[in-house]
Design a protein around this ligand. Sequence first.
Ligand code: SF4
Length: 327
Amino acid sequence: MNQFQYVRPTKQKAAIEALARDANAQFIAGGTNLLDLMKRGVMQPQKLVDINRLPLNKIERMDGGIRIGALALNSAVAEDQLVQQQLPLLAQALNAGASAQLRNMATVGGNMLQRTRCHYFYDTALPCNKREPGSGCGALEGINRMHAIFGFSDKCIAVHPSDMSVALAALDATVLVSGPKGERRIAFLDFHRLPGDTPQKDTNLEQGELVVAVEVPENAFPKNVHYLKVRERASYAFALVSVAAALQLDGNTIKAARLAMGGVAHKPWRLTEAEAALVGKPATEETFRQAAAVAMQGAKAFKHNAYKLKLAPNSIVQALKNAAGLA
Ligand code: SF4
């Protein structure tokens, strides 16, 4: 059995100090991923800093948008009236994640920080550069049906599993973090990393930094949104491919668009060029197919995931049709 210390600070400063002092410490909130990782020996923190007593669970209006505390539960955010009215894309993405029981435990911060579900990462008998840098990537020549088609490296081809993060990437959110050097804001698109040569690092957080909140700016997408998640069963499964789509329509003309994909890369995959290809065009299936073709430029499959090269553009088209009310 792996022994570890457990502390429950009530002040943010104490929580940050506890982690900053100890490279083998981990924050824990809902624990819906970390406890699994600890039970399997994938992560073996020597200290757990339980942050559940910190006052970080508010969902509130702020100047120019909505601030969601890092400890707000996924279910609470999805059911919040402000979120449902102004960020329906986020509510849909949250409701697509995991199961009702898990959404009642999982927090916003934890959702962003969950680790990949690559099977090689979870099996300590197999090589995995993310779990053990330099040991190799088992998935590269192994079973890679669930893996990336964008942004991978020869060190890691895993995908990020969060649905919520795909919607936040599409909505231009910002992450507020606090650490030993003070507070800073990170654009959501810069929060998660591509694997490169350091797949063990999922995010650009520094040692001791705590996610305090996510801020979502006001946007033009209170309607005409759709989060499409394609998975192997209707509930409690990770995305093979997911698409967050939001349209601002003027009659049948697209005034603005937001698009991001999940299940295809090491981070939520924003599709800015495809968005640009939609603006000014009529909201038709033909327009959506053209944008999907733009989105898929540069995609590359491995032995078992070539199906994603078809599934991804078809999902983009379907999500946009649903968002436009054409489906
Ligand atoms: Fe590990 Fe990444 Fe390779 Fe999976 S894809 S085995 S997480 S290095």
